[in-house]
Design a protein around this ligand. Structure first.
Ligand code: ABC
Ligand code: CA
Length: 489
């Protein structure tokens, strides 16, 4: 019997073993947005051509005006773009609208608003019992100006000794290069901070402590974690005083696992690597998806608890750019919500956005009109958040119950995380699939609500849940007695 199965049987136990801040995040779900692309103050609908890679005008005040929309989708946390002042002007890859090209870590990026505006956002979120997660970068600054004093405009790191000597990372298998060479390419190289230099280290440690306090930040998404030596992170993470989840962009749990010992959690890239291929076609490998989850559950410091579970982000082509099959799209969107980690939705997924690789996956959301009525994916996301909330309310142990796979076939998969059961299939809208699920805690006759269709079914006399996919759609079950308002409205 595997470790995760043993734990799964002990459901509904009280949660206590994770640090408070991680624990407080664990019950939430996160809406990731790009500050420049989410909302214009005053409700404008100016065009925003992703191809240009320029600022389109989104701001903190714009976000505040659209918190109802985010909350209505069922989210209780947002992740915003990096907030510090970035280099100005246009590079061959456009402007720093994404926020990852720091120039002065002690000032805010004026394109997104003032200090007062950011504080207003933080307050507005807290008034709604929502959390603020800020994206931060310590690995690098922006591309330096090509002159004899390339770092002079940076603050506070303005000397050559504050940066690693120029070399672009080419060999991602050489960890020293990954940590000490520069990200980017020979057109736009990102000045790699010398995180071995004591002044740089000390400055970053005190900077992060003050930043989280000053803006009342609840959590950090840390960029480029694998590009900084591991032993930089524990003190940094602790001093931040908040939940830290890091981007370790790598597909192998054996590589990623070490980072789960130095920060609170990682964005679950290894699972993401298997997710799209699993559902993109009916020959996708669902077993590979189950296997990678198992490996992470067994080898990460706290399993997948405290990790960030996502299906899309700003660095990857959106799933609907790879397939237009809505059934497949719904299967993919569902997966992070039955995952052990904290579910993250990338803005625009709910509106069916289809952008490909960076910069096309960074569309302006105001062009959607934020319409909720009659939008299939908006409804789907609402159902997912409602079901997860109801599961937590019914059974506090849900959050520390490892997801288990109760049967994986070539085209179907059942994921059980008591009291939720999700059924997946990659057959697509024109295919047929069915599930016979056994091994749940539900006794014969137990009535279950399928939250996407709002149908109620009963577990049969042998304890089996029999289900048939309607046009390749996923299904999500919770006991009909659970307090879920999604199907009553
Ligand atoms: C700009 C242009 C791009 C251009 C690039 C060179 O410069 O827009 O079109 O290709 C920010 C901006 C980007 C900008 C970059 C660079 O800065 O958002 O628009 O790209 O100036 C984080 C953020 C990301 C951010 C940065 C930089 C870091 O999420 O938005 O980018 O602050 C690496 C890093 C990762 C980083 C990512 C963009 O680059 O590790 O932290 N993301 C391999 C490596 C990865 C590497 C990846 C992409 O390539 O293993 O470490 O990510 O270069 C699989 C392999 C993988 C392989 C992938 C691509 O293919 O198994 O190993 O990943 O099959
Ligand atoms: Ca580095």
């Amino acid at each position: 019997m595997s470790v995760s199965r043993v734990l799964a049987l002990a459901t509904c136990f009280a949660a206590s073993s994770l640090a408070a801040s991680v624990w407080e995040w664990q019950s939430r779900s996160i809406y990731q947005l790009l500050t420049d692309r989410f909302s214009l103050e005053g409700g404008g609908t100016t065009e925003c051509i992703t191809d240009y890679r320029k600022y389109c005008g989104g701001s903190y005040r714009g976000i505040i005006e659209k918190l109802d929309y985010i909350q209505d989708l069922g989210f209780d946390a947002i992740w915003i773009s990096p907030i510090v002042a970035n280099i100005e002007g246009v590079t061959v890859y456009g402007e720093a609208f994404h926020g990852y090209w720091a120039q002065d870590i002690y000032s805010l990026n004026p394109h997104f608003g003032s200090e007062e505006d950011l504080l207003a956002l933080s307050n507005a979120l807290h008034e709604r019992d929502m959390y603020l997660m800020v994206d931060i970068v310590v690995n690098h600054f922006g591309p330096p100006v090509n002159s004899s004093t390339p770092y002079a405009s940076f603050r506070p790191f303005d000397k050559p000794s504050h940066f690693h000597p120029y070399c672009i990372i080419t060999d991602y298998n050489n960890q020293t290069d990954v940590e000490q060479c520069w990200l980017g390419d020979n057109k736009v190289g990102l000045a790699d901070a010398n995180t071995e230099n004591p002044f740089v280290v000390k400055t970053y440690y005190s900077w992060i402590r003050h930043l989280t306090q000053k803006y009342d930040i609840d959590g950090l998404r840390i960029d480029t974690v694998k590009h900084v030596r591991k032993d930089f992170w524990p003190a940094f993470s602790t001093l931040s005083g908040v939940y830290t989840v890091g981007e370790v962009y790598h597909g192998d749990t054996a590589y990623v696992k070490d980072y789960t010992y130095v920060i609170d959690g990682v964005l679950d890239y290894p699972t993401w690597y298997q997710l799209f291929p699993a559902f993109q076609t009916s020959t996708g490998n669902l077993s590979a998806l189950a296997e990678v989850v198992h490996k992470a559950q067994l080898t990460y410091k706290t399993g997948l608890f405290g990790s960030g579970a996502f299906s899309e982000n700003h660095d990857q082509p959106r799933f609907p750019s790879l397939t237009s099959d809505t059934a497949r799209i719904k299967n993919v969107i569902t997966f992070p919500f039955i995952h052990d980690g904290i579910p993250i939705l990338y803005y625009g997924q709910e509106q069916g956005y289809t952008g490909g690789n960076d910069p096309y996956n960074r569309e302006a959301l105001w062009l959607s009109g934020y319409v909720e009525e009659g939008k299939e994916l908006v409804d789907h996301v609402k159902a997912l958040n409602a079901a997860r909330k109801a599961a937590i309310a019914t059974c506090p142990g849900y959050l520390l119950t490892p997801m288990t796979f109760l049967g994986v076939t070539a085209t179907t998969m059942a994921v059980y995380k008591h009291p939720l059961l999700a059924l997946f299939t990659n057959v697509g809208s024109n295919g047929t699939a069915s599930w016979n699920v056994q091994g749940t805690e539900w006794t014969p006759g137990t009535e279950l609500l399928e939250v996407f269709s709002c149908n109620v079914v009963a577990v049969d006399e042998t304890g089996t849940l029999k289900a048939t996919a309607v046009g390749g759609q996923p299904q999500l079950y919770i006991p009909a007695s659970a307090p879920i308002n999604h199907c009553s409205s």
